[in-house]
Design a protein around this ligand. Structure first.
Ligand code: GDP
Ligand code: ZN
Length: 451
């Protein structure tokens, strides 16, 4: 057990503000002692009991349920106590103060989950799934996070890691016995094993990319002259989906960005109408952020009027779209032009006729947005994943490709063994088998307090 687990940590586990119930959570060697000082004799582990709670001065300040979990059968793997009191900020402050007076210290964000990881209760991908479950913005995201928390992703990673280990053992073992050139890849066990690993890795990558989308969503830039129907289109996209219009926690709402959920895909729509010059410093900051988001957009919807086609003014705006984004020309108001809605190609670009006013052609647009996000395929069994996981899978893939190349050369088995080791290590960062302090800090510091 690492040093940091020696402290007993305390946190309010429920959301800030007023609520029916508020929970103080303790974890560490002194958890039972502290809880007993605060609430009297503790009930047997995993059974609830009603107790008075006392503040740091020993004054009764609340009454609620006490629940104890003895090590290692707890979330963190340490002794854990949950005291469920009334959910008011002042009450909970008193309880937290009492816990600290009796020897606990306030937990850092994610420290409970970090301990769970360090004590082997969860692997790193599962710990991240805990945070993803809390942050999930749609049913699909909830189910995906739950699958990852349940270990589906980890099991796939571990199974693949075992395969890579077998390959390493095979190559490293053979190294000791041969100094002549061998046709490595013709060896059935090695060649087939490598192919199997590569196939499974591609599958894992495809599913993890979908999972990352459900979690992180996509930025969509929306541009076009005034009055072409951008706002109407945005509203139509948002409303048609019983949109959960949510804000990213910690940011204030700004009018330039719209958050909506399109068939489980969280989207940030950046409207270029707001990207103008301004003297107001607050607005200027909002605009600066919107430009940043705009530049990061993976999809740009350029809206024009179907009857007018692409005017000179349109072309001038079109030139400003982020070049890295996939671009779709959306010709709106096809009710006025009389043309049927649907997809076509204009000047070598993907184009789509719609009528935002009635919603005609919107299904095709939704499909195009989802396809850009890589969510057009089967979503069965998707687990939540992060950019970090995708990076690791890509690295694994690169090292496997390098290993295959080295093995193909026949003369470079040492190099192949090294590439296999690197592939194995890269994969291991997903579950935290191979890890660093920096990685752990980066993962857990983004958790909420008390989790
Ligand atoms: P924006 O300035 O690009 O955001 O455009 P708006 O969404 O505010 O729309 C400008 C005007 O065009 C409004 O009067 C809308 O009702 C109208 N409009 C939007 N979409 C359509 C459409 O598909 N057909 C017709 N006939 N009018 C539309
Ligand atoms: Zn508008």
């Amino acid at each position: 057990m690492s040093d940091r687990s020696v402290d007993t940590i305390a946190a309010i586990a429920t959301a800030p503000g007023r609520g029916a119930v508020g929970i103080l959570r303790l974890s560490g060697p002194l958890a039972f002692v502290i809880a007993e000082k605060m609430s009297g004799a503790l009930p047997a582990p995993r059974t609830a009991a009603l107790r008075f709670f006392h503040d740091a001065q020993g004054e009764r300040c609340d009454r609620g349920l006490v629940l104890c979990f003895d090590a290692p059968r707890s979330y963190t793997g340490e002794a854990v106590v949950e005291m469920q009191g009334h959910g008011g900020p002042a009450v909970l402050d008193l309880l937290l103060g009492a816990a600290c007076a009796h020897g606990a210290r306030i937990a850092r964000p994610g420290e409970f989950s970090e301990r769970a990881f360090l004590n082997g209760r969860l692997d790193l991908a599962q710990a991240e799934a805990v945070a993803d479950l809390i942050d999930a913005s749609s049913r699909a995201a909830v189910l995906a996070a739950h699958r990852a928390l349940d270990g589906e992703f980890s099991l796939r990673v571990l199974t693949l890691a075992r395969r890579l280990l077998d390959l390493r053992v095979f190559v490293e073992g053979a190294l000791d016995f041969s100094d002549e050139d061998i046709d490595w890849l013709s060896d059935a066990q090695l060649g087939q094993g490598l192919t199997d690993a590569e196939v499974e890795l591609s599958r894992l990558l495809a599913q993890a990319s979908q999972g990352r989308r459900l979690r992180d969503g996509m930025v969509v830039a929306i541009a076009g002259r005034p009055n072409v129907g951008k706002s109407t289109l945005l509203n139509r996209l948002a409303r048609a989906e019983v949109a959960i219009v949510s804000e990213i926690p910690g940011t204030t709402r700004d009018v330039l960005r719209e958050h909506l959920v399109l068939d489980d895909l969280p989207l940030t729509m950046v409207d270029t109408a707001g990207l103008r010059d301004t003297q107001d410093p607050v607005e200027a900051e909002g605009i600066r952020r919107a430009w940043q988001a705009f530049e990061r957009a993976e999809l740009a919807l350029f809206v024009a009027e179907d009857a007018a086609g692409l005017t000179e003014a349109d072309r001038a705006l079109l030139a400003q779209l982020p070049s890295t984004a996939r671009q779709i020309l959306v010709f709106n108001k096809c009710d006025l032009s009389g043309a049927a809605s649907g997809a076509f190609v204009r000047e070598g670009r993907d184009a789509l006729r719609i009528c935002a006013a009635t919603g005609e052609g919107l299904d095709a647009l939704r499909a195009a947005i989802r396809a850009t996000a890589g969510l057009d395929e089967q979503m069965e069994g998707v687990f939540s994943a992060r950019a970090r996981h995708l990076d690791a899978l890509h690295q694994t893939q690169r090292h496997l490709q390098a290993a295959r190349m080295q093995l193909g050369l026949g003369t470079a088995a040492e190099l192949a063994a090294e590439e296999l080791r690197l592939a194995h290590d890269a994969l291991g960062t997903i579950t935290g088998r191979t890890t660093t302090e920096d990685l752990l800090g980066a993962v857990f510091s983004r958790f909420c307090i008390g989790k």
